[in-house]
Write a protein that binds this ligand. Structure first.
Ligand code: HEM
Length: 279
């Protein structure tokens, strides 16, 4: 075989995509790979942009999974929910490790790009806010940031009023014959989850006799896995931020590290952690 022919026939791989869909076509790579537009002349801004964009893509996948999880819990179809919750926890773990890449950015490197960021901040991430909401950390005040985007505002408004994944888990406890206070079942969905005695008693019953309540027990542990991974993410965020900007204020207008430290106190599934002391 002559050498030119051999090059054109590489292990049988298809080489001509004039009439069929290629890898780049399928993935929309032209769009994705042309969405990095550094504003500063600084080399390190590319890292900053790609770290945020990849995080947003993973958050998009988490939301896709979590919306389906909510439906599966609502319809008493737990095995697919378990599979998806495991996936979401692994995505979160991966985002925890992603901070190692950003931590290679030093204070002078960040200072060189900071003026170009103006007032943009992760605080304005509508997907992140949706993630907090679907997990039950509701806060109506956060919608104000999205006033200029009616589409994102409407999406968050819908999510604010929808039952969280944990609300659905609590309803499932009730459907499974465990006594849940009517006030908890009718709790205002726009408020953050608060610990409830009847929910605590129900989960305690599950944990005291796992064999009897295996599916609920497994659901609870999957939720604990997810919240644990989320806590690590919050911690790595604030630690990385402190390493890079110290105690300077954030581009989003908050006090910065001290604001993010307060967010470490958020508890998404309160009874699931409280019951550990009671067992
Ligand atoms: C050098 C890198 C980073 C710095 C210095 C930084 C700094 C901050 C600060 C100071 C805040 C508080 C709000 C403000 O005043 O701006 C914040 C919030 C936030 N950041 Fe970052 N951040 C960095 C990277 C990231 C990355 C890679 C993500 C990934 C998506 C991210 C997502 C968020 C989110 C979602 C919030 C809102 C948190 C909440 O309200 O609980 N940040 N960031």
């Amino acid at each position: 075989m002559d050498e030119t022919k051999k090059d054109a026939d590489w292990h049988g791989a298809q080489m001509d995509f004039s009439r069929s869909m290629s890898y780049g076509d399928y993935l929309g790579l032209d769009k994705i790979l042309s969405a990095q537009a550094p504003l500063s002349p600084n080399h390190n801004e590319m890292l900053f942009i790609i770290q945020h964009q990849t995080s947003e893509l993973w958050i998009k996948l988490m939301l896709h999974e979590l919306q389906a999880v909510r439906t599966h819990i609502r319809t008493d179809d737990l095995p697919p929910a378990f599979k998806m919750l495991a996936r979401v926890a692994r995505i979160m773990d991966q985002l925890v490790h992603a901070w190692d890449v950003l931590a290679t950015m030093t204070p002078p490197e960040y200072s060189a790009i900071r003026p170009y960021l103006a007032s943009s901040s992760g605080f304005q991430s509508f997907q992140y806010r949706e993630l907090e909401f679907i997990l039950g950390n509701k806060n109506a005040a956060m919608l104000a940031v999205h006033q200029t985007s009616p589409e994102h505002h409407a999406l968050l408004e819908r999510e604010l009023h929808a039952p969280s994944i944990y609300d659905e888990a609590v309803r499932l406890l009730g459907r499974s014959g465990l006594a849940i206070a009517p006030a908890r079942l009718d709790a205002d969905p726009t408020r953050p989850t608060v610990q409830d005695d009847s929910v605590m008693a129900a989960w305690l019953e599950v944990y005291r006799d796992p064999e009897h309540h295996w599916a609920l027990y497994e659901l609870a542990e999957k939720l604990v896995d997810l919240e644990t991974a989320f806590r690590f993410w919050r911690f790595r965020h604030v630690s990385t931020v402190e390493r890079i900007i110290g105690f300077k204020t954030g581009t989003g207008g908050t006090a910065g590290v001290s604001y993010l430290r307060k967010m470490l106190d958020v508890v998404l599934f309160p009874e699931l952690f409280a019951l550990r002391t009671a067992l």
